[in-house]
Write a protein that binds this ligand. Structure first.
Ligand code: NAD
Length: 496
């Protein structure tokens, strides 16, 4: 690759392999540059400085990518599972080998601390490793037939061309979880990453090509105007399935648009996770859990604790401990040593945080720590802990998606289950308790796709990640994660 071709970039970030910082997009088997100067800036959220420009593509490029994905899909699906598996495994190995560079690209365009970025890269590459193995386990069934001479043969086949749309908060991980199972199943993929964080997607595509993913089997459409591309994905008859991670509103829109073609859909949408601490819990473990869940990625995580319910007798101690820990979190540029929290992604995110804090204060809540923008300026916001929160305040109804830990006192199990489930969302929930009878009762009563009991860590490649209610459809990871990329066909075999 020549320097001239990658000229839209301004610097190499000091990568060990500078060719991972790609400013062109792989579309229909070719790395393309902006047409007629249509490109957009990718900036560092720490200070708004320019990292480089990428092509601002549209429906036309999406259509070309879909055509090519459609043309190459049958050949990809015809390869043996072992061959697809080998290529995916190579992709995984390359990601691990280049994890430091990928993390640096991620931190620079998204802002999270480098250690978190590296953890995102490595833990989500594991989905590719996992699905490389699952590719070889796509088996079917033989079922007795309706007559003695008949058998029912159940086959699983790839759905075909998949279109993926991913958000900026996990610019690397949200992609590997989708592309891994799709390619493993024998599908091909056209991806539209978030406009704030296209460079992580492009770097992954560079490595996919190096691993041997065929030309056109994985295209990336970088764009600022999402809707025309969403429409193309939903209306193009060659797209069989749409897999989306993002807000519930956009998920709802995609569902409506995709209804015309009865497209398969997987949706990983917003959350409003309750984090419950019962009075028999290990209090210090609960404080550590809340800290990790709430302030990781500056609270910009779909599964992060959005409402922290603490039983009356321990609420003051819990709040004081959490506030002390939160006050100790160092803010700054993600590449600096010791930094625990980066900036928020943009001004809109800061405005939402401020709105939720103001609404709670107006309702009589108190700020224990934080509550305001950081003196670092830009979009940095202090880690915030508030008490005196009541059910019904904005923080309890909407996803704050920022570093606000609102603490709500509760009386007993029945009351807290009622409050925890009082939301249209159902992605993650957490609770800390020791009484085993309570553990089973509460885990079963919480209306969410995932429940963390005495742990804030839910996502790994072996677990089925996903939500209920308006948090989505389908699961990513585990043996269930490949099913959304497969169709079931049954063949009636008759001896006569
Ligand atoms: P968003 O819905 O605004 O954007 C997500 C993606 O959708 C982006 O790529 C965006 O460009 C694209 N998009 C927006 N409108 C579109 C349209 N009309 N057609 C096609 N694409 C469109 O969400 P966001 O603000 O980027 O991300 C935050 C949201 O994502 C939060 O609600 C969060 O909870 C959710 N999220 C969910 C999960 C999960 O696994 N459930 C994971 C991460 C984030």
């Amino acid at each position: 690759m020549t320097t001239a071709l990658r000229s839209a970039g301004t610097h190499s970030l000091g990568l060990r392999d500078p060719s991972l910082l790609e400013f062109r997009a792989p579309v229909a088997g070719e790395w393309i540059e902006a047409r007629e100067g249509r490109r957009f800036a990718v900036t560092d959220p720490v200070d708004g400085s320019l990292i480089g420009h990428v092509p601002d593509l549209g429906a036309e490029e999406a259509r070309r990518a879909i055509d090519m994905a459609h043309a190459v899909q049958p050949e990809w699906a015809r390869r043996t599972a072992k061959e697809r598996s080998r290529i995916l495994r190579r992709w995984y190995d390359l990601i691990i080998e280049h994890a430091d560079d990928l993390a640096l690209i991620l931190t620079t365009e998204q802002g999270k601390p480098l250690a978190e970025a590296k953890a995102e890269v490595v833990s989500n590459a594991a989905y590719i490793e996992w699905f490389a193995e699952e590719a070889k386990r796509i088996d079917g069934d033989v079922i007795p037939g309706a007559t003695p001479s008949q058998r029912i043969l159940v086959l699983k086949q790839p759905v075909g061309v998949c279109a993926a749309i991913t958000p900026w908060n996990f610019p690397n991980g949200m992609i590997t979880r989708k592309v891994g199972p799709a390619l493993a199943a024998g599908c091909t993929m056209v991806l539209k990453p978030a406009a704030q964080t296209p460079l992580s997607a492009l770097a992954l595509a560079v490595l996919a090509e190096r691993a041997g993913v065929p030309k056109g089997a994985f295209s990336v459409i970088t764009a600022t105007q999402a809707q025309p591309i969403g429409e193309e994905f939903c209306r193009n008859p060659k797209v069989a399935k749409i897999t989306f991670t993002g807000s519930t509103n956009v998920g709802r829109w995609l569902m409506r648009e995709a209804a015309g073609g009865i497209k398969r859909l997987s949706l990983e949408l917003g959350g409003n996770a309750p984090f419950i601490v019962f009075d028999d819990a290990d209090l210090d473990a609960a404080v550590e859990g809340a800290l990790a869940s709430k302030f990781r990625n500056a609270g910009q995580t779909c599964v992060c604790a959005n409402r922290i319910y603490v039983q009356e007798g321990i609420v003051e101690t819990f709040a004081a401990k959490l506030a002390e820990k939160a006050a100790g979190l160092k803010l700054g540029r993600g590449t600096e040593a010791g930094v625990a929290m980066g900036p928020l992604i943009d001004d809109r995110a800061v405005a939402k945080m401020e709105e939720h804090v103001a609404d709670a204060l107006a309702g009589g809540a108190q700020v224990l720590v934080g509550g305001k923008r950081s003196s670092l300026g830009g979009t940095f916001f202090e880690p915030t802990v508030m008490t005196g929160i009541r059910q019904g305040m904005k923080v309890t109804r909407e996803e704050t998606f920022a570093p606000l830990a609102p603490i709500i006192a509760f009386r007993d199990e029945a009351e807290v289950i009622g409050m925890a489930n009082d939301t249209e969302y159902g992605l993650a929930s957490y609770f800390y308790a020791r009484d085993m009878a309570r553990v089973f009762r509460v885990a079963e009563a919480l209306q969410s796709g995932m429940v963390g009991v005495n742990t804030p860590a839910l996502a790994n490649e072996m677990a089925p990640f996903g939500g209920v209610k308006q948090s989505g459809l389908g699961r990513e990871g585990s043996k269930y994660g490949i099913e959304g990329f497969l169709e079931i066909k049954y063949v009636a075999l008759s001896g006569l």
